[in-house]
Design a protein around this ligand. Structure first.
Ligand code: CMC
Length: 429
């Protein structure tokens, strides 16, 4: 990978460093030895210019709006693949053979139940608890039921990796459905012999007296939603998973931390915030123009717009924007929020403020409209993102765990506090 070098000049001294080049031509100055050589560290709060790892999983070109998993364009995957097939691609690196995919589907289907000991954990939460708080706690607790797979002994955790990966992809969906039912005061619905998303909808919405009937293709729409969220390189939650994994933590603990990182409104929580924003705009009788003006003045944020990496249309938003129309028309639903979203998008794409800052719709802009149409309550939206992102977290954990050279992630800081002081006894203060 190394081909050439770059020089940093500090005062009158030159320091030379290798330049690393990725397979898509991205270049990075490898400054790992800078402090040892010069006493200086690099400062990059928010990591906008820092490569934290070398990864084979996902490629993004934010300027061109390109997203590829293991070399396959997201548009192709959205057209031909499914969530579980893309999960295998993201985790294992290649498109699976038919027999492997069938075996994986079977393993996921057979791992869907949650140990009955865990059912009582749900009773410990108030019904007002946020589903993301429940999800992260439950995923970490889950590890306690599988001690062999969550040993924090790298070799052992890796020996059980395939089983753990299928188990987490399966059970995250069961826990999500159970969380919803607990909050609604409904009894849990056991998983059935169904495909991935259909089983999820069954566990969410079936009742003892009536089985959920997916007559509008909600399962298909949900599969696309999950697939489009499968991985997105070094975002906040994935970096968190890698950070936790770098200390040697098991996969359950690492993805549980990922859920916490995803929760915030600048990251996965944005899908909830978008719908709340659209509802407020609708309730205020605004067509979006007042909101745009407020965002320009810094009084509001246009949720679902902007991205650290994309300085062009997020390709996932393009796909979801189109499929939102499809699912609404198949349900025969006319959601005024979709019209507001379209108007907001159009206005922002023509407005100097958004154009000059290269702010485009991101994945969260249309995803909430789809989830709402399927009948998922707004509070569960970020949980849906977490189900979709599970393969990416697992793949990134694997990359860290399998790398014999991987080191604990331990950034440095610039200390800006008090310099040394003498302790003052309590009586003298
Ligand atoms: N509405 C209005 N102005 C914005 C927005 C927005 N959504 N996003 C960025 N800006 C402005 C920002 O105020 C700044 O203006 P100025 O240069 O005048 O100070 C400029 O654009 C650059 O923004 P930034 O804050 O430096 O961008 P960032 O890379 O630090 O943040 C972001 C990226 C995604 C956190 C931010 O765009 C944002 O908060 N967007 C809304 C929340 C959202 O939709 N998040 C989901 C992200 S995609 C899915 C995921 O990662 O989970």
């Amino acid at each position: 990978m190394e081909n050439t070098t770059g020089t940093i000049r500090l005062g009158s001294e030159n320091f030379e460093f290798p330049i690393i080049e990725g397979t898509e031509g991205e270049k990075a100055l490898d400054t790992r030895t800078l402090r040892a050589k010069s006493g200086c560290i690099t400062f990059d709060e928010g990591y906008g210019n820092t490569g934290s790892c070398i990864s084979d999983i996902t490629f993004i070109n934010g300027e061109k709006g390109i997203l590829r998993h293991r070399g396959y364009a997201i548009e192709e995957l959205a057209k031909h693949s499914s969530f579980l097939e893309t999960a295998m691609l993201v985790i294992y690196g290649s498109l699976p053979q038919k027999s492997c995919l069938s075996a994986f589907r079977k393993q996921v289907r057979e791992s869907a139940s949650i140990h009955t000991g865990m059912h009582s954990h749900f009773d410990g939460f108030p019904t007002s608890a946020h589903p993301m708080a429940i999800l992260s706690s439950m995923l970490n607790s889950l590890g306690a039921y599988y001690p062999k797979m969550s040993s924090n002994n790298r070799e052992q955790d890796l020996a059980y990796f395939d089983e753990t990966a299928a188990l987490l992809i399966s059970k995250v969906r069961t826990i999500a459905a159970m969380t919803y039912r607990m909050k609604m005061g409904l009894s849990f619905v056991h998983p059935a012999e169904k495909r991935y998303t259909e089983n999820f909808l069954h566990m969410m919405f079936s009742e003892p007296y009536s089985e959920y009937d997916d007559k509008h293709g909600a399962g298909k729409a949900l599969d696309l939603f999950l697939m489009l969220h499968a991985d997105h390189e070094q975002n906040c939650s994935t970096s968190t998973v890698r950070m936790v994994a770098s200390g040697g933590a098991n996969l359950f603990a690492s993805v549980s931390a990922g859920v916490c990182a995803l929760w915030g409104p600048s990251h996965g929580g944005a899908n909830m915030a978008v719908i709340k924003m659209l509802e407020e705009i609708h309730a205020a009788g605004d067509d979006g123009s007042k909101f745009i003006e407020a965002a320009k003045k810094g009084e509001a944020k246009l949720m679902g717009f902007g991205h650290r990496v994309y300085k062009n249309y997020d390709p996932r938003a393009k796909i979801l924007g189109k499929s939102a129309e499809g699912i609404l028309s198949s349900i025969g639903m006319n959601d005024p929020l979709l019209d507001i979203a379209r108007k907001l998008e159009q206005a922002a794409l023509e407005d100097e403020y958004f154009v000059s800052r290269k702010l485009y719709p991101n994945v969260d802009f249309y995803s909430g409209i789809i989830l709402k149409a399927i009948g998922i309550p707004v509070e569960m939206f970020t949980v849906m993102f977490a189900i979709g992102r599970m393969p990416g977290w697992i793949a990134n954990w694997k990359e860290i765990a399998e790398n014999p050279k991987s080191r604990i992630h331990r950034p440095r800081q610039i200390y800006s506090g008090e310099t040394q002081r003498d302790y003052v006894q309590l009586v003298d203060r």
